[in-house]
Design a protein around this ligand. Structure first.
Ligand SMILES: *[C@@H]1O[C@H](CO)[C@@H](O)[C@H](O)[C@H]1NC(C)=O
Ligand SMILES: *[C@@H]1O[C@H](CO)[C@@H](O)[C@H](O)[C@H]1NC(C)=O
Ligand SMILES: *[C@@H]1O[C@H](CO)[C@@H](O)[C@H](O)[C@H]1NC(C)=O
Ligand SMILES: *[C@@H]1O[C@H](CO)[C@@H](O)[C@H](O)[C@H]1NC(C)=O
Ligand SMILES: *[C@@H]1O[C@H](CO)[C@@H](O)[C@H](O)[C@H]1NC(C)=O
Length: 349
């Protein structure tokens, strides 16, 4: 049981604060085709661009953000995260974190909004941040306030990244492997309920990320000195992804156009990049770039005298993982490039 707990202790950082400079993600060529499309982001640290508050853990601390924007900005990475790359593909400025909606210039809101909050899941986790339902309710609140209109929503994309933290929380608080399959079923069921909630709000394009290969995260591979993915969790991840596929397929069958819902297969793209890292200029697959000097410390930890208790690699641009649970900007870029050669064009439009 302990080894399984260790396997799954990931993503449970409390995220942290933001820098407006962290929002400056370049728009790209697609912009002309979809001038009024907006992007709404929900979920966890893989897409959080700064909603998590400053705290003694997480990415408002050095060395988070060293690659982009050059200082800690609330992203769980050295730089950009998945939501930034999705926005880039759509030709949009990365959507403003919900937390900053009242302090940024109003024209920032027209690219959509990011409600994601590191450490959260579909169910409540050890992080006190808003679960997926609460994040969607915050969006609905803005619709009630006429910040976003039905015609905005109809043209928009909703992206959802969840479940990793539900599983780490389950193991941290219960640990029953026998109970896991039924817990996975309940996570997928709740995810489905939330996708329908988004559909009822008027979204015509709702994309949910597949669950990443949890056994490849440094939190799982530390046991083997980061030599290879730990395969003991792969059946669980496969079960989640299969149930999610069935559920999303069924949702589409029940809609008129059969195309409202889609899965972004980041599992497949993580696996592709990790199996063939050199084609993406990644030389370090499993060992995280930033890690604590001992197991009691994390990336970003300092002691009571403010002395660093972590080490940072020389080359985050050629390392896949940034910390125990999160990819580097280079890894997200590689995953994005892999997705572009596959399904991305059929999913984000
Ligand atoms: C989400 O959070 C809200 C507010 O804390 C809570 O009432 C609700 O039960 C939670 N939803 C789920 C599915 O856990
Ligand atoms: C713990 O696991 C058991 C199954 O072994 C399940 O019945 C129970 O609901 C779980 N408890 C929690 C808090 O998840
Ligand atoms: C884990 O699974 C992958 C793919 O199935 C395989 O290539 C690899 O050797 C396995 N690792 C271990 C440690 O068994
Ligand atoms: C479900 O999986 C099948 C087989 O891989 C795939 O063709 C299909 O597109 C998937 N469905 C969704 C909604 O992603
Ligand atoms: C890898 O690095 C080489 C040399 O710097 C560069 O020419 C190439 O475009 C890079 N490839 C990728 C996929 O980033």
């Amino acid at each position: 049981m302990d080894s399984h707990k260790q396997l799954f202790i990931f993503l449970c950082y409390s995220l942290v604060l933001v820098h407006l400079s962290g929002l400056e993600v370049e728009a790209s060529r697609h912009l002309k085709h979809h001038p009024s499309k907006e992007l709404f982001i929900f979920g966890d640290s893989y897409v959080d661009a700064g909603n998590t508050p400053k705290s003694d853990l997480g990415p408002w601390k050095k060395p988070y953000g060293i690659t982009f924007p050059g200082k800690p900005a609330g992203r769980f990475s050295d730089g950009r995260v998945l939501s930034d790359f999705i926005a880039k593909y759509l030709g949009l400025r990365s959507p403003i974190p919900h937390k900053f909606r009242n302090i940024v210039p109003k024209n920032y809101l027209k690219y959509g909004m990011n409600f994601a909050y590191g450490g959260t899941g579909v169910f409540d986790t050890s992080i006190s941040g808003p679960n997926l339902t609460t994040q969607i309710n915050s969006f609905n609140q803005l619709v009630q306030e006429h910040v976003y209109t039905q015609s905005d929503i109809t043209k928009s994309i909703a992206y959802v990244s969840v479940a990793g933290n539900d599983y780490s929380h389950y193991l941290a608080t219960n640990g029953s492997i026998q109970g896991f399959p039924s817990f996975i079923a309940s996570v997928v069921k709740q995810t489905t309920t939330n996708l329908v909630q988004l559909q009822k709000l008027g979204f015509k394009r709702i994309v949910v990320g597949a669950l990443q290969p949890l056994g490849c995260l440094p939190s799982a591979t530390a046991q083997t000195s980061f030599r290879s993915c730990d395969n003991t969790s792969s059946d669980l991840v496969a079960l989640h992804n299969n149930l999610l596929n069935q559920s999303v397929t069924k949702l589409n069958q029940d809609t008129n156009d059969h195309t409202t819902f889609a899965i972004l297969d980041i599992f497949d793209s993580f696996t592709s990049v990790l199996n063939n890292p050199s084609s993406h200029n990644i030389t370090e697959r499993f060992k995280p770039c930033c890690f604590g000097v001992s197991s009691e410390y994390n990336c970003g930890s300092v002691d009571e005298n403010n002395v660093k208790k972590y080490l940072v690699c020389e080359n985050p641009e050629s390392t896949f993982f940034w910390d125990r649970s999160h990819p580097t900007q280079a890894a997200w870029n590689a995953v994005y490039n892999d997705l572009k050669t596959k399904s991305l064009g059929q999913i984000l439009y």
